[in-house]
Ligand binder design. Structure first.
Ligand code: SF4
Length: 555
């Protein structure tokens, strides 16, 4: 089986020491990316760790596909203990960092400890340098990347950094790379902030000693020649469909379709797109650099989830306002989904839906933890009672679009996901809209046994992609046969790798007290409890949602 190569580089930012050690057994078992990050985190983060404590760690990883020239491979993982969910999670970012990470010669990089001054950690193939940067305290993401380019000649695609939100431990702070790409969900930016690490850079000339089968060129050619609407509108091409099917959360989840969708849909975003955008090596190029000539607002995106969170969920019907929110979040280092939903909760509490000026002001306050922003920086789960609104989260994570009240299989998927209300964990929504061919589609209603079986397979498949690392949007081209051919193993063996990643995440979270009571939704779905029972049986977990003793050792 193909797998990542290289050592684990452990970096203690407290005493500013670094070591390397071989992790070949973990690489052989988990391929790379999220699997390797999860296995390392499971062994090296204490089960009772504080997400903001020096004892916790962040693991940056990527996969063997970095050795390819194939589309869909310019991505990497960051794994750690989420201050939002309080569980273990991995977050995946695109852009160009992954290949510079690989060029620095490591399979995984662990950040542990905590620095007493703001620090940039420079990881090169010839070692690690620590740079104290007290003058960058409070700096926006572009200021950090401009500084690193000016002082070190490294462009933004070598940099992962945090903005003020991460420094201020906003529970949904992101780690930003290539300026506009985010390790977005779960607040790992706040973990980096608690370590007082403002940025980490990767650079070098190492090449990955992995040979990728020629099959890669078939995928790459198809990515280049496919006539796909995502090439024009990215994920926002979903907006009208989601709205028509009543799966577009609106006015803080009080409605499921938005009368102003036309102002924020894929056509609206495309009208502001001024050039192509992509990730490293990807000919699919679904990214969305946008600009509004009148206001001068320039950003990348918004993606569909941001269109929901800062658009329909806040009752905003002008794409330029959503672009402004998106850019604010990118510069301050905030996850747009959690931030948008939290702002929507606040607008609901003060009866101010549609107030674009208040949204702009509130985002700034959240990042600075100023005034009401200090409460909102805790996220909906911790703030909803004080705001007097419903708690629209799963495991503390705010919902994306793809409303589970309409797409019931996706609803179940939000409940079972180890990282909470996250659409990318299984992408079940694609089968219920549907975005797949009729023979693969499910009706949106219900959570029958076939959906449960499909959910388990999809979760394992998505985990496998995150080990590879292969982008979600390769789904039309990365068939099981191609996975088997590229990774040189039969598909069932590869899926079992994904299953072990899910088990490890769940086992870690079980040790922190997570169980069936956390696999819930804030709304009823017919047949939900029976589906959950089936899901646990399929996974080999107890009916309390717990990985039984011995299951990990037996795998
Ligand atoms: S499909 Fe889009 S998100 Fe995925 S790697 Fe390509 S450009 Fe990046």
């Amino acid at each position: 089986m193909l797998h990542m190569k290289g050592p684990l580089r452990r970096i203690d930012v407290g005493d500013r020491t670094t070591t390397t050690e071989p992790i070949d057994d973990i690489l052989e078992e988990f391929i790379g990316g999220r699997g390797v990050g999860t296995a390392l985190a499971h062994d090296r983060i204490p089960f009772d760790a504080d997400p903001f404590g020096a004892e916790t760690s962040l693991f940056f990883t990527t996969g063997p596909m970095q050795a390819s020239q194939m589309s869909f491979t310019g991505r990497m993982s960051c794994t750690g203990l989420s201050p939002l969910t309080d569980g273990l999670l991995s977050s995946n970012a695109g852009g160009f960092l992954s290949r510079n990470f690989t060029a620095a010669g490591n399979a995984a990089v662990q950040l542990t400890g905590a620095s007493d001054v703001p620090l940039i950690v420079h990881v090169r193939d010839d070692g690690v340098q620590f740079e104290t940067v007290p003058h960058l305290a409070g700096a926006l993401v572009p200021t950090v990347t401009d500084y690193i380019e000016a002082e070190h000649g490294l462009e933004a695609e070598h940099v992962a950094c945090i903005g003020p939100a991460g420094e201020n431990r906003v529970r949904f702070a992101s780690i930003m790379t290539s300026e506009s790409r985010a390790f977005g969900r779960g607040g790992l930016g706040a973990v980096m902030g608690a370590k007082n690490v403002k940025a980490i850079t990767f650079d070098g000339d190492e090449t990955l000693d992995v040979t990728i089968p020629d099959l890669q060129m078939d995928v790459h050619r198809e990515a280049a020649t496919a006539d796909h609407i995502m090439k024009r509108q990215g994920t926002t091409s979903m907006t009208d469909l989601g709205n028509e099917l009543e799966a577009l959360p609106t006015r803080y989840f009080s409605e499921r379709s938005f009368e102003g969708a036309e102002g924020i849909n894929g056509d609206a975003v495309e009208s502001k797109k001024y050039k192509k955008g992509t990730c490293s090596a990807c000919a699919f190029a679904c990214k969305l650099p946008t600009r509004d000539e009148e206001t001068g607002i320039e950003t990348e995106g918004p993606e569909y989830e941001t269109v929901m969170a800062f658009g329909s969920n806040c009752a905003i019907d002008d794409i330029v306002d959503v672009m402004r929110s998106n850019e604010q979040c990118d510069q301050l280092g905030l996850d747009t989904i959690s931030c948008g939903d939290t702002v929507a909760a606040y607008l609901h509490s003060v009866d101010a839906f549609g107030d674009a000026d208040l949204i702009e002001e509130t985002i700034e306050k959240i990042a600075a933890r100023e005034g009401i922003g200090d409460l909102l920086a805790e996220g909906v789960d911790r703030a909803h009672a004080e705001l007097g609104v419903d708690n629209w989260t799963v495991k503390g994570m705010e919902f994306p679009a793809h409303d589970g009240r309409t797409l019931n299989g996706q609803g179940l998927a939000y409940a079972t996901a180890n990282r909470g209300a996250d659409h990318m964990y299984s992408t079940f929504y694609a089968y219920e809209y549907p975005l797949v061919t009729a023979d693969k589609a499910f009706p949106p209603e219900g959570v029958d046994a076939d959906k449960v079986a499909k959910l388990v397979t999809l979760e394992n498949m998505r985990a496998l992609e995150d080990c590879g690392v292969v982008c979600r949007f390769s789904r039309d081209m990365m068939t099981p046969e191609r996975f088997a051919g590229l990774f040189e193993a039969d598909f069932e063996t590869l899926l079992s790798v994904g299953g072990r990643v899910i088990d490890l995440e769940r086992h870690f979270n079980n040790q922190r007290g997570f169980d069936r009571a956390d696999d819930t939704l804030p709304y009823p779905v017919d047949g939900f409890e029976a589906a959950l029972d089936r899901y646990y049986v399929t996974r080999g977990w107890t009916d309390a949602g717990v990985v039984p003793d011995g299951q990990l050792a037996a795998e």
